[in-house]
Design a protein around this ligand. Structure first.
Ligand SMILES: Nc1ncnc2c1ncn2[C@@H]1O[C@H](COP(=O)(O)OP(=O)(O)OP(=O)(O)O)[C@@H](O)[C@H]1O
Ligand SMILES: [Mg+2]
Length: 482
């Protein structure tokens, strides 16, 4: 964070200094919500989560070197007391960002691919200038301001992920960090139960383009009608991307290599250049185009965009992580989360990688789909059968409708197996997998299928949890959302 006094912070968040907090004390260190992370001369934000209350850890944070605590109530150690501490964190981030006029905010929203696209932006934007981007998702009312507060006077670009669990969430995040470039990837069914309908989801995502200034750029996916329709809702210049011939930024001659990584020709109004992605799955072409449209919109030349996209490595765990064992068994670990669109994308990648080999789809429940859940799971099952995937392993009660859907297609050769949980899936696959097979594991995070991938890769590759990229990434117990 930029050096700032406690008095200044109190003014920005409309709070008061308590318990010996000195107005002139300078905060020069990081802003943290996890008291286990030391914040020497930093600010500890006490957040009340579902499981733990950060206020209980305030004294420990000060003992660990924090200059003060941002809190909802007095905590017996130097603090800025400011009502709801999460709202105060948002006001602090907004106030600090307003003091950094050289920083341009790029924001990404959509049902699938926000983190993947944010990671690609973080790989390309340094071509234009110093960039701040969060680890993992960090897309909530906590994670986003924490990321903003990492910016300094030298920061030129902030690549932010914006998630929504309901109407008004993205508008709120845009108040904290007003974007100049807004990217809308897709409108899927992720978290449908919180929104009621796909229209409700589209409306929530459109809050991003509505927040853009006339001098801004709205980057819209031309392959998604609900996204393209948002062009009517923004005053910003629109740059569209996709396979549609009318799109401003397109991919031509897309081909996948043996590990499912796409090569294509990036075509823009300003020229063309070849791209070879290091990420698995054709769906990343779309994320790469969004990145190209955004960075091209900021003036980066197409050949530099293409070169940076081509060296970008997978940056966030458990999203289409492709590993090959010595016996040529390929494991695709996409266990980070699942919704119908990302399931379809992953199954297509499995088929592309598994051409001529035996393929396994190890699938668990897609959570939070509400009334659509049963139909959506059955549809995934039918797709598994239609794609002629060799073995479907449905993991857990919630995955039963996937198996049911696959069974409806009597002409298919897919063998369906049910197992109760992730350890059961691992035992089954270990017993039956053959050299050269390709195994995809994917479900909502809570199903824990990453254990299956890790087990299959032992001991060659140890897949450990990335502590910065968990559903409660901000260490607050508040779920990370899309
Ligand atoms: N454009 C896309 N279309 C469909 N699926 C995608 C797309 N991009 C990524 N995915 C898949 O969606 C899953 C989640 O990817 P990612 O973490 O990038 O999305 P996210 O929107 O950030 O998710 P979250 O809401 O959990 O933060 C992964 O399985 C990934 O392979
Ligand atoms: Mg994410």
């Amino acid at each position: 964070m930029i050096p700032i006094t406690l008095g200044d912070i109190a003014a920005l968040v409309s709070g008061r200094l308590a318990d010996g907090a000195e107005p002139d004390r300078l905060v020069t260190g990081p802003v943290e919500v996890d008291s286990r992370v030391p914040a020497p001369d930093g600010l500890f934000v006490a957040v009340r989560g579902e499981r733990v209350d950060g206020h209980d850890f305030a004294a420990g944070a000060i003992a660990g070197g924090a200059a003060a605590v941002l809190a909802s109530r007095p905590v017996g150690v130097p603090a800025i007391v400011a009502g709801d501490s999460v709202a105060a964190l948002g006001r602090l981030a907004a106030g600090v960002l307003a003091r950094l006029p050289a920083a341009t905010v790029l924001a990404v929203t959509g049902s699938s691919g926000k983190t993947s696209t944010k990671d690609l932006l973080a790989a390309v934007l340094p071509e234009l200038g110093p960039t701040i981007a969060p680890p993992g998702s960090y897309n909530t009312e906590i994670g986003l301001p924490l990321t903003v507060l990492r910016a300094g006077p030298q920061t030129r670009y902030l690549a932010l992920e914006m998630g929504a669990r309901g109407a008004g969430h993205i508008a709120y995040l845009c108040e904290i960090a007003p974007p100049r470039v807004g990217i809308v990837l897709n409108v899927g069914l992720a978290h449908a139960e919180m929104f009621g309908s796909r229209e409700g989801i589209a409306k929530a995502k459109s809050e991003l383009v509505q927040a853009l200034p006339a001098s801004g750029v709205a980057v819209l996916n031309a392959d998604d009608d609900r996204v393209l329709a948002m062009r009517e809702l923004t005053q910003a210049r629109v740059v569209s991307y996709g396979t549609d011939a009318t799109a401003d930024v397109r991919a031509e001659s897309v081909e996948l290599d043996r590990l499912g990584r796409a090569r294509f020709v990036l075509r823009t109004r300003a020229g063309s250049a070849p791209v070879a992605l290091r990420l698995a799955g054709a769906h990343h072409v779309s994320n790469a185009l969004a990145t190209a449209a955004a960075t091209g919109g900021l003036g980066l030349a197409v050949d530099r965009i293409a070169a940076a996209l081509s060296v970008a490595e997978p940056a966030s765990r458990w999203r289409m992580e492709v590993s090959e064992r010595p016996d040529r068994v390929i494991v695709i670990n996409d266990a980070y989360n699942a919704n119908p669109d990302s399931m379809r994308a992953a199954l297509r990648a499995l088929v592309a990688i598994g051409r001529g080999r035996r393929t396994w789809a190890v699938l668990g429940e897609m959570r939070e789909l509400g009334a659509a859940a049963d139909d959506e799971h059955q549809a995934i099952g039918r797709l598994v059968a239609r794609l002629n995937i060799s073995v479907l392993v449905a993991v857990g009660e919630g995955a039963q409708p996937i198996r049911l859907g696959a069974g409806r297609d009597r002409s298919a050769a897919t063998e369906s197996v049910y197992v109760a949980d992730a350890p059961g899936a691992l035992d089954l696959i270990r017993a039956r997998v053959q050299p050269g097979d390709v195994v995809l594991v994917k479900a909502s995070r809570a199903v824990g299928l990453e254990q299956v991938a890790a087990g299959l890769l032992e001991p060659a590759t140890a897949v450990g949890a990335d502590p910065t990229d968990r559903p409660d990434a901000a260490g607050t117990g508040k779920a990370e959302v899309r």
